[in-house]
Design a protein around this ligand. Structure first.
Ligand code: NAP
Length: 244
């Protein structure tokens, strides 16, 4: 997969860049010369992330579910080139629809659909026309897994949002990255031994026989940023998980 040779002189804003896939994308983009803005809720997490990236990095504390905060954030940022939204969390319930707590299901849409929606709503007018937006879904959007109706619906919604925005915001490019299972802090809600057991059990079932690193997925994001002929695309980087 080709990635851009240089992002010199370009500004990349990564909402969710304080850890995991967003942080890996920030490191890769910084390595190509980009100036990085990391946004997320925890200032401490953002400062740690900033310290791990050589090059020009600034941070902003932001809860992207809050419209006023998102609006104020983009009023401050000025023009930039690429918006990457990886923010999301995994604390919500899953299970058969009849057993789900409705508030928890709604909250999944708040953070994983309405957050990205707000980021695009207020961020896109500031993106230079040669730039791009990359949103994040997940391979559940491609697969009917009993018990995962709400995450599947969220991912499908994001992927369709991306497709339509590729027309509405053209010539700005809009794409979606769809990760498979990746070893990131997203799964730190599980006790370490339980997380490891789940990874050990899952990896051999995948065609690539391993769980993704954050860098594996970030490579897909850098491809979408750098390839000027991609738009309206959902790029699944899942080691074949959707086939299993
Ligand atoms: N890892 C996987 O296996 C996997 C699989 C499929 C899809 N995905 C998706 O990929 C995306 C990135 O996940 P990841 O693995 O990189 O997880 P991660 O390491 O937990 O990163 C998510 C980041 O989002 C930030 N965040 C969460 N809620 C936020 C909010 N309301 N406002 C602003 N920032 C917020 C978090 O920081 P704060 O808590 O400080 O805000 C965190 O830095 C997520 O959308 C996830 O659903 C991941």
């Amino acid at each position: 997969m080709s990635t851009p040779n240089s992002l010199n002189g370009q500004r990349v804003i990564i909402i969710g860049g304080g850890s995991g896939i967003g942080l890996a994308a920030a490191k890769q983009a910084s390595g190509l010369g980009a100036e990085i803005v990391l946004a997320g809720r925890s200032p401490e997490r953002l400062e740690q992330a900033k310290a791990a990236i050589p090059g020009a990095v600034s941070t902003a504390a932001l809860d992207f579910r809050n419209e006023d905060e998102v609006k104020a954030f983009f009023e401050e940022t000025g023009e930039f080139d690429h918006l990457v939204v990886t923010a999301g969390e995994l604390k919500h319930g899953s299970g058969k629809l009849a057993d789900l707590d409705t508030a928890s299901s709604r909250e999944q849409f708040e953070s994983r659909f309405w957050g990205p929606y707000l980021a695009v709503r207020y961020g896109s007018p500031l993106i230079r026309q040669s730039g791009s937006i990359t949103l994040t879904s997940g391979f559940f959007g491609d697969k009917a897994i009993p018990g995962a109706s709400v995450p599947s619906a969220v991912h499908g919604a994001i992927e369709n949002l991306g497709r339509v925005l590729a027309f509405e915001l053209a010539p700005l490019r809009v794409n979606v990255i769809s990760p498979g299972y990746a070893d990131t802090p997203l799964h730190d809600g599980l006790p370490p031994e339980q997380k490891q057991a789940w990874f050990d059990q899952t990896a051999p079932t995948l065609p690539v026989r391993r769980i993704a690193s954050a860098d594996d997925i970030a490579g897909g994001i850098l491809f979408l940023i750098g390839n000027g002929y991609t738009t309206g695309l959902t790029l699944t980087v899942d080691g074949g998980a959707r086939l299993v």
